[in-house]
Design a protein around this ligand. Structure first.
Ligand SMILES: C[S@@+](CC[C@H](N)C(=O)[O-])C[C@H]1O[C@@H](n2cnc3c(N)ncnc32)[C@H](O)[C@@H]1O
Length: 371
């Protein structure tokens, strides 16, 4: 199916549906990413609880699931375009504050040829992007529409950046690599195109009712939380857990999403999140489940976090863990851990053909641990 934004490690909705079909109860995905597992549950007529630590992932999932009212979105977006032109002359082309690709004294693992998010944009494009973001900040509309506009802004960043290859499609994901010759587009043109694509998506797919509090599960289709899925302590025994946690040595989700966060953290996105969730979004690098040598996050600390997660979710009635790990010794560690904490488990394998190869080693197999 069509998606509303690119996200690393996204699972196709059709791939996960068969894993969910026969489960009873609300489907909870504590490593929710772009929201495809909860989306699959909703399409199957179930309810879902989405959790992710990463504010950018939460934004993608929100717009993917809730969408925005077509009429309000067109109206708001056209105001944004007019307003952005108006604000252009007073917008700054300066570099963003606090946008270094580093943790204190160590660089991001994924840092490549530039030090800062700002370095990926020409001064002119920074000025134009700032005027779009300021225009979105100034629009008074409902939360779904406003969040969709912030995602439209995020979708505008990559094609307007020096990462955009000449002649390549503009539907890319940031990798922090700017080729020697790149072809950034005009942010105003990209924004208008992105709005059109999003409208097309909103008109073709079902809009689900979302809420932000577990007490609202009766009246909403899904609850969308911005939390640490490992220390979350409201797992219910009647739920069905279906999730694919970050793979041991694959994607650095927080580092890569920082490309968007460096912009969003300066905008009113934070206030909208506070309005709906009752708290400001934070960027918790240290809570991420990952292996990252530049942050002293090792395979042992990864397994220790997984241990805590499995202990927290032990009481959940049915559990499905999707792993795409190809190294047998790592996989065996995870399987042994699941066996010792969750009790009786079943291990199955899915071969994928229609999707790109997965993982740094180009594998084609997902391991499914069921408990
Ligand atoms: C493999 S991705 C999930 C992809 C998702 N199934 C999809 O189709 O888009 C793993 C996700 O786990 C999130 N994550 C990592 N550590 C987390 C934590 N402690 N709590 C919640 N989410 C976390 C990452 O931000 C990332 O979005």
């Amino acid at each position: 199916m069509q998606v509303v934004a690119r996200y690393w490690g996204r699972k196709p909705v059709e791939l996960v549906k068969p894993l969910i079909e026969d489960l009873e109860g609300v489907v909870v995905d504590p490593f929710g990413g772009s929201g495809s597992i909860v989306y699959a549950a909703l399409e199957l007529g179930k309810k879902g609880v989405y959790i992710d630590l990463n504010p950018y992932a939460w934004l993608v999932a929100h717009v993917f699931i809730a969408k925005a009212d077509h009429k309000k979105f067109i109206e708001a977006a056209s105001h944004v375009v007019d307003k952005a032109y108006e604000l252009l002359s007073s917008s700054s082309s300066a570099k963003l504050k606090g946008d270094y690709l580093r943790y204190g004294d160590r660089p991001f693992l994924k840092r490549r040829n530039f030090d800062r998010v700002s370095d990926f944009f020409s001064a002119e494009n920074r000025k134009k992007l700032r005027s779009i973001l300021r225009a979105i900040d100034s629009i008074d509309t409902d939360a779904n529409t406003k969040l969709a506009l912030y995602l439209a802004f995020c979708n505008t960043l990559y094609p307007s950046s020096l990462m955009k290859r000449c002649g390549a499609g503009s539907w890319g994901v940031p990798s922090y690599w700017a080729p020697e010759k790149s072809c950034p587009e005009d942010p105003f043109n990209v924004f208008v195109r992105v709005i059109r694509n999003m409208l097309d998506f909103f008109s073709k797919h079902k809009h689900y009712k979302v809420a932000y509090n577990l007490n609202s599960l009766d009246t909403a289709d899904a609850v969308l939380l911005l939390e640490d899925g490992i220390s979350f302590n409201k797992y219910r025994s009647s739920w069905a857990l279906v999730t694919d946690p970050p793979h041991v040595d694959e994607v650095q989700y927080m580092e890569l999403s920082f490309f968007y966060w460096a912009w969003l953290k300066k905008s009113n996105f934070r206030s909208i999140v506070r309005k709906v969730l009752g708290k400001y979004p934070r960027y918790w690098f240290s809570k991420e489940l990952t292996v990252n040598p530049n942050r002293n996050q090792t395979l042992d600390s990864y397994i220790a976090k997984l241990f805590r997660f499995m202990t927290k979710t032990r009481k959940v009635k049915s559990k499905v863990l999707i792993m795409h790990e190809e190294r047998e010794y790592v996989l065996n560690k995870v399987i042994e851990l699941a066996k010792s904490i969750w009790g009786k488990i079943k291990v199955e394998y899915i071969e994928i053909n229609e999707q790109r190869n997965i993982g740094p080693r180009g594998g084609r197999t997902y391991t499914i641990i069921k408990a």
